[in-house]
Design a protein around this ligand. Structure first.
Ligand code: ZN
Length: 295
């Protein structure tokens, strides 16, 4: 299933996409399926089975996607968005080069967070406050959405705790990221975490480590790699985080970005007002967001 959070007539609902239509799962099930993505995810596999059954019986229902506003699949994750740094070899190399430092591949996952308030949906604007940052950069990432309470999970079982996957753009204010000892501020500006366009349930992506991952700015390809290049794979990331920290349904983990970010280009490039950024992952979809300057 391709699950979405959408707004129609001022009401926010969880839905499933069929072709170019979206089915309101709550309405189509007479309330049997909850109204929000977080409530649905909290029901775990049983909730997903129910949603699947409702969708199968709703063949002719739904409204055209063009009539609704898609929000991030999880508009407000329970925790801040967790994210991996330097989790692709080529990106670790370009990052070190850009900062004039020695290349060091991480021996344990590098994990930081982005404020949950930075999340926006597909087609929403990335609003850059150019008086605060002049170095807003892009990072396409495979995003994992947790579907069950996970604590002390072994890597071998970890994918069973995943609800599904979506596309993320880990927009980063490089000047702020490098000025402060920690990444939080540079990663957390409002609108700096586009997610979407939908959550593809895990049954449709049996192997999350074989997906082409690309990003374009104004149609020009800037990043082009494969999730097979991840240094720490999804099960290892979940096992690491869930050791002593409880992951909850709706938690979002960004798995790191491949090479080709703006700050590492020669000369460096950063997002400008009017730029159209398209982040794409094979088997999931395209996340499109336009950049505008904050008023
Ligand atoms: Zn990132």
């Amino acid at each position: 299933m391709r699950l979405v959070t959408f707004r129609l007539g001022g009401v926010e609902r969880v839905g499933a996409v069929m072709g170019d239509r979206v089915v309101d799962l709550h309405a189509a099930s007479n309330g049997e399926v909850p109204a929000t993505m977080l409530e649905l995810l909290a029901q775990g596999d049983a909730g997903m089975e129910r949603a699947r059954r409702v969708l199968a019986q709703a063949q002719d229902q739904g409204v055209p996607l063009s009539q609704v506003t898609l929000l991030a699949p999880v508009p407000r994750p329970p925790k801040n968005v967790m994210a991996l740094g330097l989790n692709y070899r080529e990106h670790a190399i370009e990052s070190a080069r850009a900062r004039g430092e020695q290349v060091v591949f991480p021996e344990v996952p590098v994990i930081f967070t982005k404020a949950s308030t930075s999340v926006i949906g597909p087609e929403a604007e990335i609003v850059v406050p150019y008086d605060v940052t002049t170095k807003a950069d892009w990072e396409v990432e495979l995003a994992v959405v947790i579907g069950a309470r996970a604590k002390r999970v072994k890597a071998a079982d970890a994918l069973g705790y995943v609800a599904g996957y979506t596309v993320a753009n880990d927009v980063s204010a490089r000047d702020l990221q490098f000025a402060h000892q920690q990444f939080f501020r540079g990663k957390s500006l409002d609108t700096f975490c586009p997610l979407g366009p939908w959550l593809v349930t895990r049954d449709e992506i049996p192997n999350p480590h074989a997906l082409r991952i690309t990003l374009r700015v104004n149609g020009v390809t800037k990043q082009d790699s494969s999730t097979s290049e991840l240094i720490f794979d999804v099960p290892t990331i979940i096992e690491t985080l869930a050791a002593g920290l409880t992951l909850e349904p709706g938690d979002v983990i960004l798995t790191g970005t491949p090479s080709g970010v703006g700050v590492a280009r020669v000369p460096p490039e950063f997002l400008q007002p009017g730029d159209m950024v398209e982040a794409e992952i094979e088997g999931i979809g395209v996340l499109r967001n336009r950049v505008v300057a904050a008023e």
